[in-house]
Design a protein around this ligand. Structure first.
Ligand code: GDP
Length: 479
């Protein structure tokens, strides 16, 4: 449960500011999404654009001329890793630029923003200050919430059921074979535990690689953060032994580990980090799912449902009730919108909106306000047109990453090309005709090669709709 100590912690961190005699509001913004959805890029772009007052016409405080400035500040909690902003920016602005390392664990960063309030009476008070605390965490960790309500026997039954379903043989066979050759009633030993856990992890990884965009819990098995190899992650689902089992059995050992995974890892994450967020952005690689076909889109919808369930409010969500939640706005963002022409951006938004809508119904969601947007934290393409067979086609111009292949041509990471990316369907419900993918020409591009500089000589990072995202997430706190 949220304890007095938690509340005291929050109270103390606010008090810290009172040394200067003013109370500074702190907005805690969660940034999440499954692995490679674009969290690192989004945060780096957001921070850079705030610090350098980038091109953000859709962000009201800047557009109104009320934005005074922003700077990075020491994060109040020294025990949490800092988001490596400088390192990531250095990668993106290097010559040649490269994509930085992705999110592997939780990290945080504080930006202090000075602004002039738009309210008429505030002119008398002078500029106002907002602490923006950005909390970056793997979306995989959210999928662990249901575990809090499941015993080891219940979770095992679900997990084994899924592994045995037709269609999962390719991923699951090896794990199931390991399981069959293990006598779970024999005495506990680390070698068996490690063998099973490692086979189970391989199975989870493979299901992920086979296009399953949604992830199966436990989330830390895929993104262990700092826990790689620790006993808390050394368990696997087991069939319930017949009759009673001894306390010294392998079954009892793994059951204990499962329980301590919940108590020591899952619960503290929700209590200490998740429950304190004010706003949340969920990044979704919608284009990748569209490109992969109906099964991947279906998986994505399942994952979105699970994510939404974490934000559900009210009596129904018993698992979270002990924690004091307060997220009042969630923004779902289809990332990497620079992979399609701008004429498809609204369509991409509509598709995500529809998926989120379906997920909302499935999660019987009553909670925060939600919205969907198509965006790119960093825009790595520009646009042009080509004429083909008397037709004018909109194209993207960019440098495909080294090793990318399309229509038999493989790219070296140095050559700029013009590409007709294909159109997204006008109506989200006509997504898959005859169950086929929508037929995008999908290539991963290198970061923008030549960056403009602003008047202060700072690089300008191009983006798509980052300003609108920012306005929805923090604009009203600076009204
Ligand atoms: P995460 O931290 O795991 O969520 O993911 P990253 O932010 O590291 O993004 C993973 C990869 O997706 C990057 O290395 C880029 O190749 C690509 N990517 C992310 N955001 C963008 C974007 O806005 N535009 C483009 N073109 N690629 C992006």
């Amino acid at each position: 449960p949220t304890t007095l100590t938690d509340e005291l912690g929050i109270a103390l961190s606010n008090l810290a500011d009172s040394a200067t005699g003013v109370f500074t509001p702190t907005l805690r913004l969660g940034v999440t999404g499954l692995s490679r959805a674009g969290k690192t890029i989004f945060i780096t772009a957001l921070v850079h654009n705030l610090l350098t007052q980038g091109r953000l016409p859709g962000f009201a405080p800047l557009a109104d001329g009320r934005f005074i400035g922003a700077k990075l500040a020491e994060y109040p909690d020294a025990t949490i890793p800092r988001f490596a902003y400088e390192q990531h920016l250095a990668a993106l602005t290097a010559n040649p630029p490269f994509w930085p390392e992705s999110t592997r664990r939780i990290s945080q960063l504080r930006i202090v923003i000075k602004y002039q309030s738009a309210k008429w009476w505030s002119g008398m008070r002078g500029p106002a200050t907002l602490n923006l605390d950005i909390v970056d965490y793997p979306g995989e960790w959210l999928l662990d919430l249901p575990l809090l309500g499941l015993s080891f026997a219940e979770w095992s039954a679900q997990a084994l059921d899924r592994a045995r379903q037709p269609g999962h043989e390719a991923e699951a066979t090896e794990f199931l074979r390991e399981l069959d050759s293990t006598d779970i009633s024999r005495d506990a030993n680390d070698i068996d535990a490690e063998r099973l856990a490692s086979a189970f992890t391989t199975y989870l990884r493979r299901s992920r690689e086979h296009g399953a965009l949604s992830t199966l819990p436990p989330g830390r098995f895929l993104l262990p953060g700092d826990l790689e190899g620790s006993p808390a992650l050394t368990f696997a689902p087991l069939p319930r032994p017949v009759g009673t089992h001894r306390n010294s059995s392998l079954y009892a050992m793994l059951e204990n580990r499962y329980e301590s995974y919940k108590d020591r890892i899952v619960r503290p994450f929700f209590r200490d980090h998740f429950a304190r967020l004010d706003r949340q952005i969920v990044l979704v690689d919608t284009l990748r799912a569209l490109n992969a076909g109906p099964a991947a889109v279906n998986d994505l919808e399942v994952a979105l449902t699970e994510v939404l369930a974490c934000f559900r409010q009210g009596e129904s969500n018993l698992l979270l009730r002990p924690f004091n939640r307060r997220v009042d706005r969630i923004l779902f963002a289809a990332t990497k919108a620079d992979h399609v022409h701008h004429t498809s951006h609204d369509r991409l938004e509509a598709i995500l909106n529809r998926l989120v809508g379906m997920a909302r119904n499935r999660a019987r969601f009553a909670g925060a306000e939600t919205r969907s947007i198509a965006m790119a934290g960093i825009r790595s393409t520009s646009e042009g047109t080509i004429r083909e067979n008397g037709e004018t086609l909109p194209t993207l111009i960019g440098t495909p990453l080294n090793g990318e292949v399309l229509d038999g041509t493989s790219y070296d990471g140095k050559t700029e090309i013009a590409l007709f990316p294909g159109d997204l369907p006008e109506r989200p419900d006509s997504l898959f005709e005859n169950g086929n993918p929508v037929g995008l020409n999908f290539l991963r591009f290198a970061p923008p090669q030549r960056l403009e500089r602003n008047a202060d000589g700072e690089p300008v990072l191009p983006h798509i709709r980052l300003d609108r995202a920012l306005d929805y997430l923090i604009g009203d706190w600076m009204a």
